[in-house]
Design a protein around this ligand. Sequence first.
Ligand code: SF4
Length: 454
Amino acid sequence: MQLSLVQKYNIPGPRYTSYPTVPYWQEELFHVADWKASVLKSFNESNDSEGISLYIHLPFCESLCTFCGCNKRITKRHEVEHPYIVAVLKEWKMYCEFFPNKPIIKEIHLGGGTPTFFSSAHLELLINGIFLSASKAKNYEFSFEGHPNNTTRQQLQKLYDLGFRRVSFGVQDYSKKVQEAIHRIQPFHNVAKVTFWAKEIGYTSIGHDLIFGLPFQTLDDVIDTINKTKSLQPDRLAFYSYAHVPWIKGNGQRGFNEVDLPKDDEKRLLYEEGKKLLSKNGYHEIGMDHFALENDSMFVSAQKGKLHRNFMGYTASKTQLMIGLGGSSISDSWYAFAQNEKTIEDYFVRLEQNELPIFRGHLLTREDLIIRKHILNLMCQFETSWDNSSMQFPEINEVLQQLKEMEQDGLIAYKENGIIITEKGKPFVRNICMAFDLHLIRKAPDTKLFSMTI
Ligand code: SF4
């Protein structure tokens, strides 16, 4: 990758797990009544044909990893599990009461925090509680995030029996020095053990999440981590850039200094070399940051042009309605976004008052829906197209001017009524999306809102 392009385009920018991005939500125009109306509309339009998705946030972790940007609560007190599950089921019941008929669940994803902090019995209570008032879609897909240090065979078996076939394990990097710096000591044999168990039990998609750009991480560390990963043959990999934004994620990102992080060109080299090695080992790059073997549903979905992106990152399929349950979860009705209270205490209080525990959201305008589609197309298919009548907004010349410059830099090529991102342009996909982001164009961001794009 040309250094001059990296220097030009490596600026703070969104990762586009939503459009508009959260800092641009117009919270003052959002009301829970409008949210409910948008959920109902979406439910009526899509429940029978494609079903709905659930994201369930399970926020507890036993120990703090100092690179972490997730919403979590550190505790070793496992008595927090039961009241939390009861609260999540109450929230779900509130949704079910205003759905006009039984929801059909296409996808469930348990994220965290650490879902495997919860005992098998509590995970079973949760999933059985969800299905007291819902049915499974024919081709349902249930997945969860497992911590290699605490996932038990019993949990894997229980979740498999409940219908889960996909699991992803957070690996990050195998170097001891890096693990010490990020406060996550996780030997290879722990990852190997849970991966073998999952294979033996019958999981059809096992993922490992790797990170580049961590403190003290060298190219040798990345190569060693990928070689070890290869020996376990996960079906799917995430290979994320570490986003250092301690001013936003203050409760997690500490314990090392900025000088300990690989610099711009060093960090890019970690990615480029890692990507080459993954590709040599049969992993195909999917969208941004993701890789999959040819047997994995994410690869198949990308081949068919069906890849989707939401708050959890890339997914192999899409439902129009996604309900997020649990503290800090974000829901997406396609016409609106809503986020739950971030602290567990506030989440509980709102539920005790028999209110949906939402504290902010955004209603998408007609213009938002148009731009959202372009951004999804670019992030998932690396191309988009438009008819001129839909692109009537005051900033259109600015958008076209930015695209022209990107074409001159070789990042995109024009096609009839649209653009295609070139191979050279793929690492800059976030920048290309930014050219369409009318909220960003209208109000320049506080540079500290986002991580660097490259
Ligand atoms: S990385 Fe995972 S296990 Fe570590 S603190 Fe964050 S959510 Fe918890």
